[in-house]
Write a protein that binds this ligand. Structure first.
Ligand code: KMH
Ligand code: ZN
Length: 273
């Protein structure tokens, strides 16, 4: 089994300091959280950015400031901007970080309910547009799939040459509107992708660590962080993303996986930029 790649989703677009005071907003806070996560074992930082008051933004300038600040304290770490942004943002707004030619970014592969009245919109034409722009800029896509139909969409677009190999998926399990996060759901998603593809798995809320354990055992990779879960354990808020990554590292050790460095992650995923 390969080494385990840990991605830290340090900030997200929806979670706020009211949920957990350690959620980072400013450039300095985002860099400090990236450093804590990286020092604990994260090879990839999944990055959303905020204005100083916490409002989610996809501003290219803000991404540049945050990426520069993260690179200064975590040399070599893989930075993976979001092209999902926040619910309701336009395509052009969401695509701004791709102009910075990051080595990796997310590519969301379908539309889903996102709790309450929110709909996270990713039509087929949007996915094609995002994939084309990422291909033009040589940005390695992480295929975000919140449901089985999104796996099928990604594979269909791969068949048409719009999404190139190597394929790397993120199974996001437990969003209120996507597939749930039981073992059978994880296995269904895992068995729906080609055996040559790599995958990470993200469990939302209390499903974060059970899903991490499933993926560690199955030879996949793991994403944890405030975007997905703010608790270290039931009723105990995590003090930093570093604590969440440390817990994933402990699980990996118990289950016999060693942790990949950023360069090892590049080789495992096939990122050559
Ligand atoms: N904030 C969500 C609406 C991504 O980063 O690509 C979308 C999201 C997915 O977080
Ligand atoms: Zn995200």
């Amino acid at each position: 089994m390969s080494k385990l790649i840990i991605t830290a989703s340090i900030c997200g677009a929806e979670v706020t300091k009211e949920h957990n005071p350690a959620v980072p907003y400013t450039v300095a806070e985002i860099a400090a959280e990236a450093r804590r996560a990286h020092e604990a074992g994260a090879a990839i930082i999944h990055l959303h950015v905020r204005d100083d008051d916490g409002t989610p933004t996809q501003s290219r300038a803000r991404y540049k400031d945050c990426i520069d600040a993260i690179k200064a304290v975590c040399p070599g770490v893989i930075i993976q901007p979001s092209t999902g942004g926040a619910v309701g943002m336009s395509d052009e707004e969401r695509l701004q970080p791709i102009d910075l030619s990051p080595e990796m970014a997310t590519l969301d592969c379908g539309t889903c309910n996102f709790g309450g009245d929110d709909i996270f919109v990713n039509t087929e034409n949007m996915i094609i547009k995002f994939a084309n722009k990422m291909r033009e800029k040589c940005v390695f896509p992480e295929l975000e799939v919140f449901d089985k139909g999104m796996v099928d969409m990604a594979l269909r677009l791969h068949g048409k040459g719009i999404i190139s190999a190597p394929l790397h998926f993120n199974f996001v399990l437990g969003v209120n509107g996507g597939i749930s996060a039981e073992l059978r759901d994880f296995v269904f998603m895992r068995e729906s992708i080609p055996p040559t593809a790599t995958f990470t798995a993200t469990g939302i809320g209390r499903r974060a660590f059970p899903v991490a354990a499933m993926s560690i055992i199955a030879g996949g990779h793991v994403r944890v962080g405030f975007e997905d879960n703010i608790y270290l354990e039931r009723g105990v808020l995590a003090k930093s993303n570093g604590e969440l990554v440390e817990k994933a590292v402990c699980l990996a050790k118990e289950l016999g996986r060693t942790i990949a460095s950023p360069d090892e992650a590049r080789v495992i995923l096939g990122i050559f930029k």
